[in-house]
Design a protein around this ligand. Structure first.
Ligand SMILES: *Cc1c(COP(=O)(O)O)cnc(C)c1O
Length: 223
């Protein structure tokens, strides 16, 4: 593995493909590797780590909490309500809020920990290909309630493109997510939605061109 070379290449791609590179953060998705390898990721210059399974995340968090290189953990996968309590005291951001009941649970556990947890709303833009994410109409219905939750801060939107060679389909989805963020900012959020989490190893350049502020890259770092 050429971890630090791969990270450098991705950081250069951010400068090359994003219209606002200073606003973009790389999330190193470490679900494929164990803690010893994650140390190389931190030494290679990526400081936000992403995981999609609660049990694995809590284990790695404990193993790394006193590692001298400062880092943050983002939760990026499907999150079961009954597991929120295990990450609520340390998680820096949850990218995958996909229903009101999950938001209510995160709010409750954040409050118990005297925290405000940053979250993104995962929108399902590729209905035929995926079942993950909030249906957009359901999200619109829930916004008044979501806006009353004092211990979560909705910072933006997230989506996952299907694995496909069809770049046009992917690009249109990412464009759509940016458009929805702008509309929501005008109608409900008073420009407080600042983040777009979109793009993985095979499509992060497209996502950067379309305004991603978080790219979630895994396999490309470890190839
Ligand atoms: C695994 C995963 C990624 C990273 O995917 P790669 O193709 O390995 O870069 C990004 N986002 C989510 C939600 C994931 O589960």
């Amino acid at each position: 593995m050429r971890i630090s070379e791969n990270i450098n290449e991705i950081l250069l791609d951010i400068k090359k493909h994003s219209p606002t590179p200073e606003r973009v953060n790389l999330i190193a998705v470490t679900k494929y590797v164990d803690t010893e390898i994650i140390k190389e990721v931190l030494q290679g210059g990526a400081y936000i780590l992403g995981e999609n399974k609660v049990q694995v995340l809590t284990k790695k968090h404990e193993e790394l909490w006193d590692f001298p290189i400062k880092h943050k953990w983002h939760f990026i996968g499907n999150l079961q309500k009954n597991k929120v309590k295990y990450i609520a005291n340390f998680i820096d951001m949850i990218h995958s809020v996909n229903k009101l009941s999950l938001a209510l649970e995160i709010n409750k556990r954040a409050k118990e920990n005297n925290r405000i947890i940053d979250v993104l709303i995962e929108i399902n833009l590729f209905q035929e290909e995926s079942k993950e994410g909030y249906n957009y109409q359901d999200f619109l219905t829930d916004i008044p309630t979501l806006l009353t939750l004092e211990n979560i801060r909705i910072k933006g939107l997230m989506t996952m493109a299907p694995y496909t060679e069809n770049e046009e389909l992917i690009r249109n989805g990412f464009k759509e997510l940016r458009k929805l963020k702008n509309e929501l900012n005008t109608l409900y959020f008073n420009n407080s939605l600042t983040e777009l989490s979109m793009g993985m190893s095979n499509d992060y350049k497209i996502a950067l061109e379309e305004g991603a502020t978080f790219i979630r890259v895994g396999s490309k770092i470890f190839e």
